[in-house]
Design a protein around this ligand. Structure first.
Ligand code: AMP
Length: 189
C-alpha cells in the first residue's frame, strides 16, 4: 500500500500518518523530518536545505528527489509507504512515480486533508510553542508556506486526480474522527 498524505502545512498530515503506520505497518517518509534531521546534524544536505526552510520556500527538486530516492531504496522490503509532505511539485510526483515503477509499484491513493487558512495558522502557532521550529514561529513565514502550497503544491492533487487517485477529506474535527474518515477511504482501496 502506497499512500501520499497531502494538504497544507498544519493540516494534520504528520499526526494522521503516525496513526496510519501503527494500523497498517507502513514506512513513513516525511521529507520535512528528513531535512530537519540533516540540518540538526549539519550535513551538507542540511546546510543546503536550511536557507529555503527558514523562508518557508521549497527546497529545490533536485535535492529533494535525491534524498527521497535514497530513503525509498533504503527500504526494499517495505510492505508499503506513507509519503508525508512529498511530492510537493509535479517534477517530484513524476520522479516518485518513476522510482515506484522501477519497483513494479505505484501510488495507490493521495489523501488530501482540507483545512482553512486561519485554522492552520492557529494550529501551527500552537505547535510552534513546543516544536522549536523557526518556521512555525513567524506568522509571515507561516503565511508564505501556505502561499507556496497553493502555488506550487496544489497541482499535485490534480496530477493524481487525473489518474482517479485523489481523495479529499475534511481535516477539521478531532483527531480520531479525521482518522476514521481516512480509514474509510483506505479500507476501500
Ligand atoms: P514540513 O515539515 O513538511 O512542513 O516541511 C518543512 C519545510 O521543509 C518546507 O517548508 C520546505 O522548506 C521543506 N520541505 C519539506 N518537504 C519538501 C519537499 N517535498 N519539497 C521541497 N521542500 C520541502
Amino acid at each position: 500500500m502506497i499512500l501520499v498524505f497531502f494538504g497544507p502545512p498544519g493540516s494534520g498530515k504528520g499526526t494522521q500518518a503516525a496513526k496510519m503506520i501503527d494500523k497498517y505497518g507502513l514506512v513513513h517518509i516525511s521529507t520535512g523530518d528528513l531535512f530537519r534531521y540533516e540540518m540538526g546534524n549539519n550535513t551538507p544536505l542540511g546546510l543546503e536545505a536550511k536557507s529555503y526552510m527558514a523562508k518557508g520556500e521549497l527546497v529545490p527538486d533536485s535535492v529533494t528527489i535525491g534524498m527521497l530516492r535514497n530513503k525509498v531504496e533504503a527500504h526494499p522490503d517495505a510492505a508499503g509507504f506513507i509519503f508525508d509532505g512529498v511530492p510537493r511539485t509535479i517534477p517530484q510526483a513524476e520522479a516518485l512515480d518513476e522510482m515506484l515503477a522501477e519497483k513494479g509499484s505505484s501510488v495507490h491513493a493521495l489523501i488530501a486533508l482540507q483545512c482553512d487558512d486561519e485554522e492552520i495558522i492557529q494550529r501551527i502557532k500552537k505547535r510552534g510553542e513546543t516544536s522549536g521550529r523557526p518556521d512555525d514561529n513567524d506568522e509571515n513565514i507561516i503565511r508564505n508556506r501556505i502561499q507556496v502550497y497553493k502555488n506550487e503544491t496544489t497541482p499535485v492533487f490534480d496530477f493524481y486526480a487525473g489518474h482517479g487517485k485523489s481523495h479529499s477529506i475534511v481535516g477539521i474535527g478531532d483527531i480520531e474522527e479525521i482518522f476514521d474518515r481516512i480509514s474509510a477511504v483506505v479500507d476501500q482501496l
